[in-house]
Design a protein around this ligand. Structure first.
Ligand code: ADP
Ligand code: AMP
Length: 214
């Protein structure tokens, strides 16, 4: 099962991708998490990516496409995967499709988690992230058991630099300009499914499970 999560920043892609990955025992591949791990480790890729991420801009396609195309060919992806945050532009989607076609493969589902812009800024200002293990919480909707501490690994939770309101507005504009066109792209490919991301996290997940039909 090869799945792409679509939706605005903060729509709940990561939250749902983790649940899908757990239920169907497939890897969750988040390009945002990969970049954040590289920033933390101080790699060249991390340094380059950070200059774009801090401004709310997309990292250039050439820094992300090969990375994902390599990742989906690793052994743990043989039964499928859930891509979160990739593709984010039409050229990224075309490159992924071309690479998969060469392998005799294709994407099965592109799930669009639909949340209106007015809900997004509220969600992002309440998001708290664990940069150690990638877990995500929300101060009000999905609080950690112990304030400021990750349930998973016990490390400190932070407000991501790019979740500050001024950067969120920029990221939403970038989403509408560069990423939203993917909805039409995957509709044309007959793999698009829409879910209402404003519902409670568990209800959204049940709607996704219905789409996946297993
Ligand atoms: P994305 O990966 O699309 O950027 P996240 O999964 O990180 O978004 O979710 C953004 C924020 O909204 C997080 O703080 C998360 O805990 C919270 N969240 C996710 N899904 C829901 C939901 N259905 N209702 C309320 N808050 C949610
Ligand atoms: P995310 O964690 O998915 O919200 O991603 C955080 C930031 O990482 C984005 O705002 C972009 O700057 C960068 N990023 C993540 N995935 C991609 C991608 N597929 N293409 C370009 N930039 C990306």
């Amino acid at each position: 099962m090869k799945i792409i999560m679509l939706g605005a920043p903060g729509a709940g892609k990561g939250t749902q991708a983790k649940k899908i990955a757990d239920k169907y025992s497939i890897p969750h591949i988040s390009t945002g998490d990969i970049f954040r791990a590289n920033i933390k480790e101080g790699t060249e890729l991390g340094k380059k990516a950070k200059t774009y991420m801090d401004q709310g801009l997309l990292v250039p396609d050439e820094l992300v496409v090969d990375l994902v195309v390599d990742r989906v060919q690793q052994d743990d992806c043989s039964n499928g995967y859930v891509l979160d945050g990739f593709p984010r532009t039409i050229p990224q989607a075309e490159s992924l499709d071309a690479a998969l076609e060469k392998l005799g493969d294709k994407i099965d589902y592109a799930i669009n988690v639909e949340v209106p812009d007015e809900n997004i800024v509220r969600r992002m200002s309440g998001r708290r992230a664990c940069l150690a293990c990638g877990a995500t919480y929300h101060l009000v909707h999905i609080p950690p058991k112990k304030e400021g501490i990750c349930d998973n690994c016990g490390k400190e939770l932070v407000l991501r630099d790019d979740d500050k309101p001024e950067t969120v507005t920029k990221r939403l504009n970038v989403y509408h300009e560069q990423t939203q066109p993917l909805i039409d792209y995957y509709t044309t490919k007959n793999v698009l499914a829409e879910v209402d991301g404003t519902k409670d996290m568990e209800e959204v997940f049940q709607d996704i499970v219905k789409v996946l039909g297993v």
